[in-house]
Design a protein around this ligand. Structure first.
Ligand SMILES: NC(=O)c1ccc[n+]([C@@H]2O[C@H](COP(=O)([O-])OP(=O)(O)OC[C@H]3O[C@@H](n4cnc5c(N)ncnc54)[C@H](O)[C@@H]3O)[C@@H](O)[C@H]2O)c1
Length: 383
């Protein structure tokens, strides 16, 4: 059994996503299971090299997880030929120069979304990676969530008939930081630091809608900053300059209308933190992170509008669960495994930097729509 070690520079792993999802739940989990076994029996063994700005924090993280290699010197890590992959989970704003340097050093690129702060920069990264002949990928973790996988299963089975509409509700209350600390980093609420709901979540909605249903043809968005002042990690007040809610309407090919509300100023009255309701001529479904409920045409009740009577039907009880029928691994890990197989064994990997640029394009057009009040057509994206 051949062991294939592969050095992975991991930048931004002291952060929320980098640490929990990418380091612990993905790369360390792959190492703990003995590596990734490829179809030809080769075992790919990730060798992480942690990179960060603060030596004490990076060293402490490396020691905590028994990782030998760490540095504050990205250039040094890039100069080592054993490090074949550069991974970025840094603050969005500082991502572009780091990825440029990694491409110039000939590294394969895997990165969190959004890939850049502007469409122009996102496309340029994709162009550079292509010209350098390096493999490249962007995190599209929501596609790997059990709830959305089950929803996709329903779509592929033809269950819905003609799909008419999609209603998405995403969000929860993010504390302002005064009497209870905020549960998300403060940069997310400052436009000047690359924050904002549209830039954060519309890249996700782009690939979820396109890959689950159909490509998006237009966007209309209304944004708001509902909470104008928040407190940062040190308890200091700061003006929230970024949008903390976005109300979007998307047209999809085939006449599907999708609406997604995204808000960090909403209290949850749902089963999960994100839910999508899909209505089709033959049936409907509601998918969350883990579960997916469905109702067939034959089981659809016939309510009659009469405000004088109490509710006549137990509507929430009239849905059935889509069974798991398979084991769902952590979505970030599943995508990492696909990317490693792509790099080492040329396995297909559709989520490249051009796909990532489409997410940035949707965010950028949504911001323009919110500024101008216009519905905007989404032009096809290519190099
Ligand atoms: N895929 C997802 O579901 C998902 C969810 C949340 C965030 N993200 C993305 O992951 C990235 C990181 O988000 P996060 O929530 O982990 O943020 P975070 O603030 O917790 O972590 C940011 C990381 O970037 C590093 N960093 C480098 N330069 C910095 C600078 N100048 N200022 C501040 N930090 C700097 C920090 O040290 C830290 O390691 C963002 O691009 C975000 O869009 C993705």
């Amino acid at each position: 059994m051949a062991i294939r070690p592969i050095g992975i520079i991991m930048n931004g792993v002291t952060g929320r996503m980098g640490h929990r999802q990418h380091l612990v739940r993905s790369i360390l989990a792959i190492r703990e299971q003995g590596g990734l076994v490829l179809p030809d029996g080769t075992v790919v063994r990730p060798e992480p090299v942690l990179v960060g700005r603060n030596a004490d924090r990076v060293r402490a993280l490396a020691e905590r997880h028994g990782i030998e290699q760490w540095t504050t010197d990205l250039d040094k890590a890039l100069a080592d030929p054993a490090n074949e992959i550069y991974f970025d989970a840094q603050l969005t704003q500082v991502r572009e120069p780091a990825i440029r340097a990694a491409i110039a050093a000939g590294k394969h690129i895997y990165t969190e979304k959004p890939t850049a702060e502007s469409l122009e920069a996102a496309l340029e990264l994709s162009r550079l990676a292509r010209a350098a002949g390096v493999r490249n990928g962007v995190v599209q973790d929501k596609l790997f969530l059990p709830g959305l996988r089950k929803l996709k299963r329903l779509v592929e089975s033809g269950f819905f008939g003609r799909i008419l509409s999609v209603r998405g509700e995403f969000g929860y209350w993010v504390f302002e930081g005064d009497w209870q600390s905020a549960q998300r980093p403060s940069w997310n609420y400052r436009a000047e630091d690359g924050g904002g709901m549209v830039l954060d979540m519309f890249p996700h909605w782009q690939y979820v809608l396109e890959q689950t249903f159909a490509p998006i043809t237009s966007v209309y968005a209304h944004t708001a900053t509902h909470i104008p002042e928040r407190r940062d990690e040190a308890g200091r007040p700061y003006p929230a300059t970024a949008d903390d809610a976005a109300y979007g309407v998307f047209e999809l090919e085939g006449g599907i209308v999708a609406q997604i509300n995204s808000s960090w100023a909403v209290r949850v009255d749902r089963d999960e933190l994100v839910e999508f309701q899909v209505d089709g001529t033959e049936g409907s479904a509601v998918a969350g992170l883990r579960n997916c409920r469905f109702q067939h045409r034959a089981g659809t009740p016939k309510p009659v509008w009469n405000p004088d009577l109490p509710v006549t039907e137990p509507f929430r009880e009239q849905w059935q669960q889509v069974p798991d029928n398979e084991e769902f691994d952590n979505g970030f890990k599943a995508q990492w495994e696909q990317f490693l197989a792509h790099v080492v064994a040329d396995a297909p990997f559709p989520y490249d930097l051009l796909a990532g640029a489409k997410g940035v394009q949707l965010a950028e057009l949504a911001q323009e729509s919110a500024r101008t009040g216009r519905r905007l057509t989404i032009p096809p994206l290519a190099h």
